[in-house]
Write a protein that binds this ligand. Sequence first.
Ligand code: NAG
Length: 419
Amino acid sequence: VDIQTSESAVNLSDAALLTAEAVTPPTAVLNTAATGQGDSAMAQAQRFAHWKDDFTRRAIAKGYSPQLLAITVGRATMNERALERDSSQPEFTRPVWSYIKSAASPERIERGQAELADHTAIFDELEQTYGVPRQILAAIWGLESSYGRILGNHDIINSLATFAFEGRRTKFGEAQLFASLDLIQSGAVRVEQLTGSWAGAMGMTQFIPTTFRDYAVDFDRNGNTDLWTSEADALASAANYLTRSGWRPNEPVMAEVVVPVDFDYSQSESTKKTVAAWTALGARPANGLQFSPAANQLEAKLLAPAGQRGPKLLVFKNFDVIKKYNNSTSYVMGIASLGEALGGQTSIRNPWPEDDQPLTFKDKENMQKALTAKGFDTGGVDGQVGPATRRAIRAWQSANGLPADGYVEQRLLARIMAP
Ligand code: NAG
């Protein structure tokens, strides 16, 4: 079961939504011995000190200076809160409609429109340089940090050292620490600037150190790539990241459609077809208009994020590009919806099945066990509904004469669990 593409894998960097958002839950239950729970605070401190020495040795062997190590990992302390947050198991995954509602809230729309008006010159230049629409950039800015208002004030080195030390994110922590060293060594940032979310994302666009090192740009050319206080640098960095990830200018992110009642949902999620081919299967724009000849040529996948009772979307290449920024379907729909709203448009018209009762983590595990026992392979039992689990759900739905939309709420769960 692939956590990376699971709906609930909402990126840890999502600072502005962090308070309400279910953060990426762990795939495996933490091993108590390996996390140091149970051993004394003293023993843990010793192991952390030992890890710091070891990391320092390895970094110096790679050519980083002892001086650089001393001002970073050398003075790192454990961020207990990062470990707690990282291992806490969210009971419910937030339903997609509630995520979108808070992403494109009236307040965020209003502020975004004001920010767009305040920074016209920068947005003009960004569109010119990168070909990414201003509404998309503003939506990222708005969702990641409430337009620069919530940046997080954790010491990034402490969080990353804590992850690298032990737990389920040691590889991530280590890679991000090395990227942080690169950032300081190259002079792109100063060590005291390295603050952000508990999970290691920084600045107005919540870049993790590897993204920062590889994609951030000093757009205002003041010699410092400053994602914390320079709107130009932060927004250009986001635009550069999208462009380098394959953004296609003048193509949409998504378009809502309506489909016939007997639509074959087994084609949703993974099958790519041209808009013309989807039209031939009965899909029509939800706004009552027709797709343009240019749109008809584009390739799209069809998503029904809340099943056949909820809105259906054609999603384009740019949808996947935004997923590279934050690997969550909800996040991308949030960005697209906020972006449309900033431009005065409505992106999703049809109602969500808000009366549906979502599954808990335990429910998802039980569902995976039941499906597996019935011969529908979910690729393991981890409480994450990813592509493999949805494939199994679809197969079970087809075998039971139900629309194969891959979507399960409490009522359908009861049927899956029935002997
Ligand atoms: C996100 C990163 C993304 C990375 C993902 C998984 C940004 C803007 N996004 O925070 O590049 O693939 O984490 O580590 O940095």
